[in-house]
Write a protein that binds this ligand. Structure first.
Ligand code: HGY
Ligand code: MN
Ligand code: MN
Length: 399
């Protein structure tokens, strides 16, 4: 069987962009090809594959999970636009390899093991995130199915088309049992582990995250004939508001905020904008500080007669100490230098951790880069991370 590094090189080609990045948006043809390849690798390991209605793909040691409790490990298969080759897919493939290898070496575990390739975490295509893990936790609101991508295609239409094709290859997930524990292996996507020369990071907390959409309205009109004092310019409103947001949010210590997306209607050089909407991504390890920052944003948007919509809202969360200790034992077993840390990135683990004992294991990111083609991790760290995950799962499921 191929090791994690060669598999990652193969998956990088699925959605490779002309800028040497990777774009796999949920339900698009690259995403479908990647999920199908995942299923093929699962059956090569002799695992049983299942699909659920949102497009999460599972590979298990049991033909029929039924009501059994099980240990889940995995991550997401989608990427950001022109993202890196590791975010999500590293943990997705590493859990598959780990569970497939444990099954081959030791047979059926005492507690069934399930690898999962979550359908979507990034929110790159439809304006909402974590849909795969939220669906699994039965916390996906119905309004998601009506969301449309920038070509106007609905989430539900894209989902039905893609999931039907996956279901032809695998049966319906029958797992109504309880998830005993969830482990997600992921690249750190930050500079800490590399700087501290650690091989492994054991995540204690994940920051809270609010992804907002703010819309400013104006009146489209001619750029040449409309006098400046007769304009209702949506861009001027947006720039004024953005300037105020930067000034106010800079006052919140340890808050990370990003305006990463801006859209103009009708987006023509000689037309006064009628609408400008922009994203605002707020993150903080303290839920209270995150909520305070959100209150400040709300006040400013009201003062600037703009419309604020919450697209994603996930709380800061503490992960399981017990599972963290299990990961530490696995890191020691593999003579890995390790430390605890907080995750500044959002993960499926923070959705699941609200309901299930959950832990995350990180490997270092070179120069801390992520969400871009320069995202990279040393091969020895990728291999070691997969072995530590495999040991952590062995300790939970076989001993
Ligand atoms: O945005 C995040 O932190 C994650 O990569 N979705
Ligand atoms: Mn990401
Ligand atoms: Mn990720």
């Amino acid at each position: 069987m191929k090791n994690i590094v060669s598999l990652l090189n193969e998956f990088k080609k699925i959605g490779l962009t002309s800028f040497d990045g990777v774009t796999r948006c949920v339900y698009d043809e690259n995403w479908l090809a990647a999920q199908k390849k995942y299923m093929q690798i699962a059956s090569d390991y002799g695992l049983y594959t299942f699909v659920d209605d949102i497009g999460n793909v599972y590979a298990t040691t049991e033909k029929n999970l039924g009501q059994k409790i099980f240990i889940l490990s995995g991550s997401h298969m989608d990427t950001v636009i022109n993202g890196g080759p590791l975010d999500g897919v590293y943990g997705t493939l590493a859990s598959l390899i780990s569970i497939g290898t444990l099954m081959k070496k030791f047979g059926h575990p005492k507690i069934p093991l399930v690898a999962v390739s979550f359908s979507e975490e990034e929110g790159s295509r439809f304006n909402t995130a974590f849909t795969g893990s939220r669906y699994l936790m039965n916390k996906l609101e119905d309004t998601v199915y009506g969301l449309r991508d920038h070509e106007g295609l609905s989430f539900n239409h894209a989902r039905q088309n893609a999931v039907t094709q996956l279901k032809e290859l695998a049966s319906e997930l029958k797992a109504t049992g309880l998830i005993h524990a969830f482990i997600e292996l992921h690249i750190e996507q930050g500079p800490i582990l590399e700087k501290k020369r650690q091989d492994i990071g054991i995540v204690t907390d994940i920051v809270g995250q609010k992804k907002l959409l703010i819309k400013c309205y104006g009146v489209a009109n001619h750029a040449g004939t409309t006098p400046m004092n007769m304009r209702c310019d949506a861009m001027k409103k947006a720039v004024t508001l953005i300037h105020q947001l930067y000034a106010v949010l800079d006052e919140f210590v340890a808050l990370r905020y990003t305006i990463g997306q801006i859209r103009v209607q009708p987006n023509a050089a000689n037309v006064i904008p009628s609408e400008v909407d922009f994203s605002l991504d707020l993150r903080h390890k303290s839920q209270k500080r995150l909520d305070d920052a959100f209150t400040a944003v709300k006040e400013l948007t009201e003062l600037n007669d703009s419309i604020l919509t919450i697209m994603t809202d996930v709380n800061a969360i503490k992960l399981s100490d017990q599972l963290a200790n299990n990961s530490a034992l696995a890191a020691q077993y593999h003579n890995s230098a390790y430390q605890s840390l907080i995750s500044g990135a959002g993960h499926d683990a923070q959705i699941i951790a609200k309901y299930v004992p959950t832990t995350m294991i990180f490997v270092p990111s070179i120069k801390g880069n992520s969400h871009s083609p320069s995202e990279n991790t040393k091969s020895e760290h990728l291999v070691n991370g997969q072995l530590v995950l495999q040991q952590a799962l062995y300790q939970l499921a076989y001993i």
